[in-house]
Design a protein. Structure first.
Length: 394
């Protein structure tokens, strides 16, 4: 019969081997290695454009950081970027945004410019303009294409254009205005795709389309790195994060089952709780529910931290996240509590005890993490809606 763990990541298989040898410390280390590996897949995003194009504002918005934050990229109409500057994501330092000097501010032609900024380390380029894309932008895009790298044109400050049109035209139509802007900014560029974006209103215009395009064109193993680094700019992105986290739960439940197969009383519960604390911490970071993320959201939206925190229902957000906090949640889940108690008792049943304990442990862990994930995803939706002044519906 095929081993059900054959399809699992290598680190999870090594957990199994360690547990079969009664080496629980090695098993725990391997699982931690698996989690860290998921959080350390590098993603390097290059952002370039002329001075005043909104590069730095875009970098800050993508990272969910207000321009007054000490970690913010400096903004201004004067070119503030003369060298390549790295801005790691605050929750996911493996995701780095590289603010490049505008090609027009350097002495290098397009091909030499790419060598100067060490183009090979970037996964893709975003070329930003606040009006029409210039000859330098087109030349740079052509050179990037020659180097077999992906590039994306982003037309920034769309909110300014919409407001100007509203003031100046009685028969204002948003769709007509957006179409005109799109057509105007790509004149002279052969078959481009351009994304219209407001860094102050990521939930509007083309930012969601930009994310979908990046996600589709990135290598599979880098998609979650992009996804979790994304700010919660709409309900769909929160649902996508939930789906990605949900897909990982089977690995946690599988490890739980393996630990349950070791005939040491209370070991399974101890390992399970420790693992859950680590996994739930990842959920909080991914959904932006940890305290620093909520504070950054409050700073960037102007909605008081207390108001954002006030719509959260899960006790795991408010409490100190430790094994006791998780155990308290489990105690309120009647079925899961019964399963965990039954798992410990089943070990002492001759012949069938260990297989039964493993099955019960898998089910209990899967149900617990799924329940907690669902509740945190709902909290993320409520926080998102509160931040935008929408009616909460979850």
């Amino acid at each position: 019969m095929d081993d059900p763990f054959d399809s699992y990541p290598e680190e999870i298989k090594q957990c199994k081997e360690a547990l079969m040898n009664n080496d629980t410390a090695a098993a725990a280390a391997k699982f931690q290695e698996y989690l860290e590996k998921q959080d350390n897949i590098p993603l390097n995003i290059a952002i370039t454009g002329e001075s005043g194009s909104g590069k730095s504002t875009f970098v800050n918005a993508f990272r969910g950081i207000d321009h007054d934050d000490e970690k913010a990229a400096p903004t201004g109409c004067v070119e503030t970027t003369m060298e390549v500057t790295a801005y790691p994501h605050p929750n996911y330092p493996n995701v780095t945004f590289w603010d490049l000097p505008g090609i027009g501010t350097t002495r290098f032609p397009a091909d030499q410019y790419l060598k100067h900024v060490e183009f090979e380390k970037f996964d893709f380029f975003i070329i930003i303009s606040a009006d029409r894309f210039r000859e330098n932008d087109v030349k740079l895009a052509q050179e990037i294409h020659k180097m077999k790298k992906k590039f994306y044109f982003v037309r920034s400050k769309i909110d300014h254009n919409i407001q100007d049109e509203k003031r100046s035209k009685k028969n204002f139509n948003a769709e007509t205005t957006l179409t005109r802007i799109r057509d105007d900014c790509i004149q002279g560029i052969e078959a481009p795709q351009v994304f219209l974006v407001s860094s102050f209103d990521l939930h509007l215009y083309d930012f969601s389309l930009l994310h979908e395009t990046l996600e589709r064109e990135l290598p599979t193993h880098k998609r979650n790195a992009l996804l979790f680094a994304m700010p919660n700019f709409n309900r769909e992105i929160i649902s996508k994060k939930k789906e990605a986290f949900q897909a990982q739960i089977k690995y946690c439940a599988g490890l739980s089952a393996l630990v349950a197969g070791v005939p040491v009383p209370v070991l399974s519960a101890t390992v399970d709780l420790s693992m859950m604390v680590t996994v739930i911490s990842n959920y909080l970071s991914g959904f932006g529910l940890d305290k620093p993320s909520l504070q950054r959201l409050a700073d960037s939206t102007g909605v008081p931290y207390e108001n954002l925190h006030g719509v959260i229902k899960s006790p795991l957000v408010s409490a100190k996240l430790d094994e006791d906090a998780v155990l308290k949640v489990i105690s309120q889940m009647t079925v899961t509590g019964v399963l965990m108690a039954a798992e410990e008792g089943s070990r002492f049943i001759p012949m069938l005890g260990i297989p039964v304990a493993m099955a019960l442990s898998f089910t209990a862990t899967y149900r617990t993490l799924s329940f907690i994930l669902n509740s945190l995803a709902e909290d993320a939706q409520r926080v998102f809606e509160k931040a935008l002044g929408l009616e909460t519906s979850v």
